[in-house]
Design a protein around this ligand. Structure first.
Ligand code: UDP
Length: 395
């Protein structure tokens, strides 16, 4: 089973020369501040999973927090999304059903995006136009962004791998791209117009902190080789601790699960609990002795790391991708190079206080993240849509 084929980074932590990059302030009074220049945003979610997600759904979880924070800060946000969604934003479902089983199937994406573009036109025609589109929806909206009037910004939620790099090289200047880590931005191809790095948000107040830990290690996510559940099993065996594996086996990954994971599940040391959500997921994080992140690829962000920290559980991560931007070695977890080091770090986990983990997640607060996006929106609106006069939508 192979891991994803990635191009060489343009220079990790070093952003492409041609792009101006800004990040939300790390400190300062952005918390709960209202936006001095409120923006009317068409937030375009993917069509697959409702917001908030009932179980698996990293993008949808980000959208839950981002939409609420933007609305609390005085912005006018309409969320174009899968049916069954709830938000402080105005919810605008477009298709008749969500499609979690058909992620990336173009039939549903094309239908969803075409209906969204029609709604943007209707809003303009009715005299209440959007200021811009914030797209989280795969590839169609960005590829077609030069065909519509509104400025578009696009959060890059996935890696710049060989396939997507070609796409972003060709279409990535049709809108402003926001990367979710400096590591990810370092892989952007030359044609990608990366305008900012804005980390993903976590609402720490919504997570219970676990002060009394149980003895199990936790791995949670999509069962794919690059996320390393097979390595988490090795580490648990080497450390002599139980491991709880939670998550989804998405279409195309059944063989990996059957060959590399299933044979090790014994219900004792290696336990598999399937997809989890809500309070059960939070308890799993809060009670875990440590969270394992044995990634060997440049993970663009990794929501599970900040979720674990919010729950007061140290993260032991391989030193790849965004991990060094989130984990402070010895403070909220450990950065390691291989399975042996990870197994050794498990024994040092008791040195880390749950309260320190929790505190370290606070810099990813939804309001701070929303402030970062507001700065991006303002710049995109001032610059106008690619290939269109700004005056055409009343600004
Ligand atoms: N998730 C979940 N239940 C599961 C597996 C995953 O709720 O059984 C959530 C997880 O808590 C996180 C998201 O799905 O919020 C996965 O996001 P992440 O950035 O870690 O990985 P991605 O799959 O987006 O690469």
């Amino acid at each position: 089973m192979t891991e994803p084929d990635l191009p060489d980074p343009q220079g990790a932590l070093q952003l492409p020369q041609h792009n101006a990059v800004q990040e939300p302030a790390r400190d300062g009074p952005v918390e709960r501040e209202r936006n001095a220049h409120p923006v009317r945003v068409a937030m375009l979610a993917p069509p697959w999973i409702p917001v908030p997600p009932p179980g698996y759904g990293g993008i949808e979880y980000v959208l839950t927090l981002l939409c609420d924070a933007l609305v609390e800060r005085g912005n006018d946000v309409e969320l174009f999304c899968a049916p069954g969604s709830h938000s402080k934003a105005t919810v605008r479902p477009l298709l008749s059903a969500p499609h979690p089983e058909a992620i990336e199937r173009s039939l549903f994406e094309a239908d969803h995006v075409a209906r969204a573009f029609a709604a943007f036109d209707e809003a303009s025609a009715s005299g209440h136009p959007f200021d811009l589109v914030h797209d989280h929806c795969g590839y169609t909206p960005l590829a077609m962004a030069d065909r519509q009037e509104l400025p578009l910004v696009h959060t890059v939620h996935g890696p710049f791998d060989r396939d997507t790099s070609e796409f972003y090289d060709h279409h990535g200047s049709k809108g402003g791209l926001i990367c979710i880590s400096r590591s990810q931005a370092g892989y952007a191809p030359a044609g990608a117009n990366v305008v900012a790095v804005v980390h993903n948000p976590i609402d720490v107040d919504a997570w219970p902190v676990g002060y009394q830990k149980q003895d199990y290690l936790l791995w949670l996510g999509r069962f794919v080789p690059e996320k390393g559940p097979q390595r988490a099993i090795k580490v648990a065996k080497a450390a002599g601790r139980p491991l709880v594996l939670a998550g989804v086996v998405q279409p195309g990954h059944e063989r990996f699960f059957a060959q590399e994971i299933e044979p090790h599940i014994d219900g004792q040391q290696i336990r598999f609990v399937g997809e989890v959500g809500g309070a059960r997921k939070q308890r799993l994080f809060a009670d875990a002795y440590a969270f394992l992140m044995p990634i060997t690829w440049p993970e663009p962000f990794g929501m599970v790391m900040v979720e674990s920290l919010a729950a007061g559980t140290p993260v032991i991560a391989f030193n790849h991708g965004s991990a060094p931007e989130i984990i402070e070695h010895g403070k909220n977890g450990f950065l390691v190079e291989n399975e042996d080091e990870m197994a050794a770090a498990v024994e040092r986990t008791a040195e880390i206080a749950p309260a320190d983990c929790r505190r370290s997640a606070e810099r990813f607060s939804p309001h701070r993240v929303a402030a970062g996006y507001e700065a991006v929106y303002r710049e995109a609106i001032d610059r106008g849509a690619v290939g269109h006069a700004v005056a055409s939508h009343g600004r």
